[in-house]
Each structure stands twice: as structure tokens, then as C-alpha cells.
Design a protein around this ligand. Structure first.
Ligand SMILES: CC(=O)SCCNC(=O)CCNC(=O)[C@H](O)C(C)(C)COP(=O)(O)OP(=O)(O)OC[C@H]1O[C@@H](n2cnc3c(N)ncnc32)[C@H](O)[C@@H]1OP(=O)(O)O
Length: 428
């Protein structure tokens, strides 16, 4: 069924190009899929400009035989899909290029005809042929992407922090925090984030939209957001090593709340001192943050950890391994040991048996089709344990991983651990 549709891939072009309208019609298709309000032309132009910076590839699926009378024009795709390539921190500062998948929609009238399956399998095959070893996405629903070999690899949560009298942080400041003009983030945000990218397992380098949103240059409706404020953290030597951009929720919202738009800290001290600043804002009783880490130093630094109200803990980054030899070989491991992994992959990209031998943290990975596996797992589960955020022992208890050699899951847990809890601050 899905084969009869025409599938086109293209990249964003400048406004003066004859192909510009193809991209804007594609964006309209995405808006239909996600029930967005139609965007003004100016906003669309800004989005297209960002897509150019990120070199995003758009895929559109089009009606093969024209469209029915009164239907949307044939230029608007019935299904959309987009990719961009960014680096993923895979632990100990190592980076691996990932195919990021986003903007997946299939129009309600065309669902369950295999359009997603076609777009996804063709894209994964093309990425693998292009030498990309893994793909990643964030999922609207947790039941969609496992069948394509994606596994949950990091988590996040929403928090509300009571900044009333209970809020006291056990931390002696080593730097300082200053309010700044929000526009300084256009330059500073990417610089600070680049340091986080080098240090934080699970981090993904950011697309252009982030510095524009954090600085209030691109608000939710596409215009400047004058309500965004910004504070910078300076280390003892006076260099900026962290920032927070934030917005007051208004005098009608009780308790009076400051919403974090973006909080990025390159050091532990910067993180805690930005929180000290947030906790000290007069008249504000609560700070809310949608992108908080699950394993959060804030909770442990507070004299009263119950100041933090946590909700909606959820899957964040999903990984799809395409080339196990490269992906396993690229990592540094926390413990020495050997493991024979039998990997299943219904799409065939990563199936096989692989011997992983680690000495001094350095891996040697070889195909081992004749070896007795110690662990058998689906490629989605390999994606889950890859960044050290999901425990192989738990996946064994859940019946997802089969342990053939006693203790192999624990060995995997120790080997795949990373230097600090993985967290991804980049949504795409
Ligand atoms: C990375 C991102 O962009 S996440 C955003 C995903 N998009 C959305 O949530 C927007 C609203 N939903 C949609 O646009 C569509 O329903 C999609 C994209 C989720 C699915 O597209 P479809 O073309 O209908 O999927 P397709 O027909 O290829 O189905 C492939 C398989 O996934 C299954 N599937 C599809 N959607 C869902 C779902 N929401 N939940 C569970 N299973 C699903 C199908 O049953 C099918 O299973 P099978 O191959 O084992 O038979």
C-alpha cells in the first residue's frame, strides 16, 4: 500500500529559490500532523532559515494520483519525516555522530498503511549506507518505535521547586551570578553548551533553534519574546560557565512561579549557584523546569530535598544502533571484562553475535558467529543499555535480555556504566 506513494527528500533552500515553496508546504504538513495552529509567513521563513543552518533533510510523502476536490493541495505531503546529524556524547567525552529523526507525521486519513514503516526503514538504510552508526529520536508515544529497533536510553522529569523559607542549599559559592541582557545568549549559549556537550554522557549537540529560543529571539509565536530574562554564572576567574533563561508565569498564577526556559551549567558549582540564584528571587515562590535530570544534584544539595516536587518522569532519548561493531568499539568502558552478545534485529541492520573484550577501559569488538552468547538481546535493548542509564540486570529481570552465563548481566552493568548519570538537554 505504502509503495504507491511518491516519496521526496529535499533540504531547505533560500527564499529566492524556486524550490522554497516545497519546504513551506512540507512544514504545513507537519503542522497538520501535530495539530499546530497555522504559522504566519514570517515565522515559517525563520524556521526555514534554521533548517538551513542545521542542514536538515526533509522527507515528504505525496499522493500518487492527485488529490480529491476540496482536499488540501497536492503540494502538502500526507506524511512527513526529517533528519539532521548531530554528535552524541557516549561517555568519557567521546562523541559519535547520530542520525536524529524528527517531525514524523502521517495524516489521519492515511494512517496505518505502512507510511511510517516505509519512511523509517528507508531512512535507516540510507543512514547506515552513509556510515552513520546510530540513530536517535524522542517519541510522542512509547509504543511506536521499539518495533524499529529503538530503545529508551535516557530519561527526564518535570520539577517544581518550592523556593520559600525551606529552600536552603548546602553549597559555598565559588563564583557569582549576574543578570544580563537576554541577547548575550545568542553567542554565549552555544559556547556554554559546547562545554556541557563535552562533559555530559547522553548529551546531543544542539540545533540552531536553541540559542534563538533561550535568548528570546524566537518566541513560541515566532516573534521576539520580551518576557525572557537571563542570568549568567561566572567562575572564580570571571569566565561564563553557566546560564539560565527564565520567564515569570504572571501574577495570576499562584504560587508565583518562575519558569525555566533553559538551564545549562558546565560545572557542578555553576549548576548549584544558578539554583541558589533562582531560589533567591524576591516575590517568587516556585521555580518550574520541564527538562530536569532524574538523577539531580539539586535534590541532594538541598537541606530539605522535599522542596523538589517531581512529576512526569519519562523516557527522553531513544537510540537505534545500526552498526554494533562501530558503536561498541567507540565507547570507553568503566570495567574490564569480556562479553559475547547475540543481537537480534528484525530489520537486519545490526543482527549478529559480537565478542566485546575490554582491557584498561579500551574495547576490542569482533564478530563471533560461532561463539556461545552470554547475553541475547534485541537491538533496542542494546540501545537502552548503551549509555549506562538503563540497567541490564533490570532488563534481564523484565525478560527482555536473556542471560546464558550467570552474572553476565551484572558484568554488562559494570562495563557499560559511564562517569556520571547521562542526561540529554536537547529536544529535537
Ligand atoms: C520522532 C517523532 O517525530 S515522534 C512523533 C510521531 N508522530 C505523532 O505522534 C503524530 C500523530 N501520529 C501519526 O502521525 C501516525 O499515527 C504515526 C506516525 C505515529 C504512525 O504512522 P503510520 O503510517 O500510521 O504507521 P505505520 O502504518 O507505518 O505503522 C507501522 C507500525 O507501527 C504501528 N503503530 C503506528 N502508530 C502506532 C501508535 N501510535 N502506537 C502503537 N503502534 C503504532 C502500526 O500498528 C504498525 O505495526 P506493525 O508494522 O507491527 O503492523
Amino acid at each position: 500500500m505504502a509503495e504507491k506513494y511518491e516519496l521526496r527528500r529535499f533540504r531547505a533552500v533560500g527564499k529566492d529559490s524556486a524550490d522554497y515553496a516545497q519546504g513551506t508546504a512540507w512544514l504545513r504538513g507537519v503542522g497538520i500532523g501535530f495539530y499546530d495552529e497555522p504559522r504566519k509567513d514570517e515565522f515559517v521563513d525563520k524556521i526555514m532559515a534554521m533548517y538551513r543552518v542545521d542542514n536538515r533533510e526533509m522527507t515528504g510523502v505525496y499522493q500518487p494520483d492527485g488529490v480529491a476536490a476540496h482536499s488540501l493541495s497536492a503540494d502538502v505531503p500526507v506524511a512527513t519525516f526529517a533528519t539532521l546529524r548531530k554528535d552524541l556524547n557516549i561517555g568519557y567525552g567521546r562523541q559519535l555522530e547520530a542520525q536524529l529523526v524528527t517531525a514524523v507525521t502521517v495524516r489521519g486519513t492515511h494512517r496505518r498503511q505502512g507510511l511510517l514503516r516505509r519512511m523509517m526503514t528507508e531512512d535507516l538504510a540510507a543512514a547506515k549506507a552513509d556510515g552513520v552508526a546510530l540513530a536517535a529520536l524522542t517519541a510522542s508515544e512509547a509504543s511506536i518505535y521499539g518495533r524499529f529497533g529503538y530503545g529508551v536510553a535516557t530519561f527526564e522529569r518535570s520539577i517544581k521547586v518550592d523556593t520559600g523559607p525551606r529552600f536552603r542549599l548546602r553549597h559555598e559559592p565559588v563564583g557569582s551570578v549576574e543578570i544580563a541582557d537576554r541577547k548575550v545568549l545568542l553567542d554565549l549559549a552555544p559556547e556554554v553548551f559546547a562545554r556541557v556537550q563535552r562533559a555530559m554522557p547522553g548529551s546531543i549537540s544542539r540545533q540552531e533553534a536553541y540559542r534563538l529560543r533561550s535568548s528570546g529571539t524566537l518566541g513560541r509565536d515566532g516573534s521576539e519574546d520580551e518576557a525572557i530574562r537571563c542570568a549568567l554564572h561566572y567562575d572564580a576567574a570571571g569566565s561564563v560557565d553557566g546560564y539560565v533563561s527564565y520567564k515569570f508565569a504572571g501574577w495570576d498564577a499562584k504560587p508565583y512561579t518562575m519558569e525555566i526556559v533553559d538551564l545549562v551549567a558546565a560545572t557542578d558549582a555553576a549548576y548549584l549557584e544558578l539554583w541558589q540564584f533562582l531560589g533567591s528571587i524576591d516575590l517568587v515562590e516556585r521555580i518550574s523546569w520541564q527538562d530536569a535530570p532524574v538523577d539531580d544534584p539539586l535534590t541532594w544539595a538541598l537541606e530539605d530535598p522535599r522542596c523538589v516536587e517531581s512529576s512526569d518522569q519519562r523516557d527522553m532519548l531513544w537510540l537505534r544502533i545500526l552498526d554494533p561493531l562501530r558503536v561498541l568499539g567507540a565507547r570507553r568502558y568503566s570495567a574490564d571484562g569480556t562479553l559475547v552478545l547475540a543481537v537480534r534485529d528484525s530489520l537486519g541492520f545490526a543482527a549478529g553475535t559480537f565478542a566485546l573484550a575490554v582491557s584498561g577501559g579500551v574495547a576490542t569488538v569482533t564478530p563471533a558467529p560461532e561463539a556461545e552468547p552470554e547475553l541475547s538481546l534485541d537491538v533496542a535493548d542494546l540501545g537502552s543499555i548503551y549509555l549506562g542509564a538503563v540497567c541490564p540486570v533490570t532488563l534481564t529481570a523484565a525478560g527482555r535480555i536473556t542471560e546464558h552465563a550467570p552474572g553476565a548481566a551484572l558484568t554488562a552493568r559494570l562495563m557499560f556504566a559511564v562517569e556520571r548519570s547521562p542526561h540529554c538537554l536537547t529536544h529535537f
